[in-house]
Unconditional design. Structure first.
Length: 517
């Protein structure tokens, strides 16, 4: 929309502002089937969209960035273009209608002025007149005709490629303001545990150690002991000299076998919430001439981003500065403000590049923890870095799940009924309270997505999920439910195709007559 020179563009992280509230991921997260075009769905989406615009959260998640910010960014570009065009036309002494813009240059016949020259002139005049530079915002603007797009849909070089190749790109872990101290942490060996007592006498006498402190869990974190030192390695090394007695918490007695047993029993409980029903699948299965059944399992998975959890906080004079790789700038600010008892406007978040997010950096546990540690530094900035071991042991995991499929066929091999019930934890009831301070409400679509929201045109189908509560922290994951549920479902589609004695692609095509794409 701006018609600038792509090679002269640079990107800065935006400030925290409601205009960037993520609407699309919340609207898309409502538990409706894609083929549902009814008034209830439309009304719910409209209401959620309005609420998120006014009271929502600035978030990068749900693959929603382009879908979500296309309109405000397009407005910003078109409005800036019109503003520059009006100012440029005035400098050239012509009417704006006589001007064209290409690659950041305003032209009217033989007269030309670039965006850079125009802004430099405005700044120079402002300096002479001892007043702030200003570019009068256009009162109206129009969007470019899509047929005249030069960039969208065409290959472009990434703006950040060079910086990420030569090492000049700044990630969270690169943020080390002057006088920075470093903190290492060791957390409860069992999830949700806390520190009963800690003997830190040996650690406190080790080189470079400034302080040892005990931390209660906050925003979903387990209890921990942190050591602040003048170097990270010294802080990390001093952890090994601690003698800690832990209160193990509710997860201590839980085993993988226990969890799998609970999941399996849940499949037979009849307590599933049906996300999708079409026809009478159970009746068709009972009457089917041939039947097949399969059970699939998926384990808990840690995100394991390349850049481990880290956050740098500087608390001074009742204000905090935070340097962090995060997907949730607003909730990050709120978390720091809450644990430090500050007003949100007294917390400034400097968002850095993410060395991998995948949903892990939608949580703010490590940010709140870093703020509590920095509070004890005596006014120096502190960078808290988790080891890879702590990162793996204290993630918010992709939920484990068990899913059972049953399909029935008539004597000719035609699919008659499809029933799928899965069991596992739900993410939203955990995530919304701990990270956003919101109550959880309604069924969590992500528990069954990839299974219930598929396009296959089953004549008789029922797809549901049983949600269990366990003391295992779970969180959003790249593709969320699709990462296991779609795998389960497509695997069983192959098994159904085999039972129907059809090529698996042809079998799928026969179920997608109304969904050719």
């Amino acid at each position: 929309e701006l018609d600038c020179d792509w090679t002269k563009v640079k990107i800065e992280h935006s400030p925290i502002d409601p205009i960037y509230n993520n609407i699309a991921s919340m609207v898309d997260g409502l538990p409706f089937h894609p083929d549902d075009h009814g008034s209830v769905k439309r009304s719910a989406q409209w209401m959620v969209g309005k609420l998120m615009r006014e009271f929502g959260v600035m978030m990068t998640g749900g693959s929603a960035s382009v879908k979500d910010l296309w309109s405000p960014m397009r407005d910003a570009g078109a409005m800036a273009r019109a503003s520059l065009l009006n100012a440029g036309a005035k400098r050239l002494g012509v009417d704006a209608a006589q001007c064209t813009i290409e690659n950041g240059v305003i032209s009217a016949g033989s007269k030309r002025i670039s965006f850079g020259e125009l802004v430099a002139t405005i700044n120079k005049e402002a300096a002479v007149n001892k007043e702030g530079a200003s570019l009068t915002p256009a009162s109206s603007w129009t969007f470019k005709d899509p047929t005249k797009y030069r960039l969208l849909g065409k290959p472009q070089s990434r703006i950040d490629s060079v910086a990420k190749t030569d090492g000049s790109a700044k990630f969270g872990i690169d943020s080390q303001p002057p006088g920075c101290l470093f903190a290492a942490v060791t957390m409860s060996p069992t999830l949700g545990g806390s520190v009963r007592k800690c003997d830190s006498s040996k650690s406190e006498s080790m080189p470079g150690v400034k302080k040892v402190l005990t931390l209660a869990g906050t925003h979903g974190a387990s209890g921990a002991v942190a050591i602040i030192a003048d170097q990270y390695w010294r802080a990390r090394k001093a952890l090994s000299a601690l003698v800690i007695e832990w209160d193990t918490g509710p997860a201590a007695a839980l085993s993988s076998a226990d969890i799998d047993s609970q999941f399996t029993k849940a499949l037979d409980s009849g307590k599933e919430f049906d996300f999708f029903k079409q026809g009478d699948a159970d009746k068709q299965l009972t009457a089917a001439a041939r039947k097949i059944e399969a059970v699939y399992r998926a384990p808990y998975l840690a995100h394991a981003p390349m850049e481990p959890m880290n956050c740098t906080v500087h608390l001074r004079d009742g204000k905090a500065q935070v340097w962090v790789s995060t997907q949730v700038a607003g909730p990050a600010r709120d978390a720091v403000a809450k644990v430090l008892n500050l007003a949100s406007e007294n917390v400034q978040v400097h968002v850095q590049y993410l060395g991998g997010g995948f949903g892990r950096r939608l949580d703010v546990d490590f940010i709140a923890q870093a703020a509590l540690i920095a509070r004890e530094s005596g006014g120096a900035p502190v960078q808290t870095v988790w080891s890879r071991e702590e990162d793996m042991r204290h993630d918010f995991y992709r939920p484990a799940a068990v899913s059972r499929f049953r399909a029935g066929f008539d004597a000719t091999g035609k699919l008659q009924g499809w029933v799928n019930v899965s069991a596992g934890q739900a993410i939203q009831p955990q995530y919304l309270p701990r990270a956003l301070g919101w109550p959880a409400a309604g069924p969590d679509k992500t528990t069954s997505e990839g299974s219930f929201d598929q396009p296959y045109e089953f004549e008789h189908a029922r797809i549901g999920h049983v949600t269990l509560e366990l003391p295992i922290p779970v969180g959003f994951w790249r593709a969320v439910g699709h990462s296991h549920q779609a795998f389960f479902k497509e695997s069983f589609v192959d098994e159904a195709a085999n039972e129907a004695k059809m090529d698996p692609v042809a079998f799928r095509a026969s179920l997608l007559l109304k969904h050719p794409r």
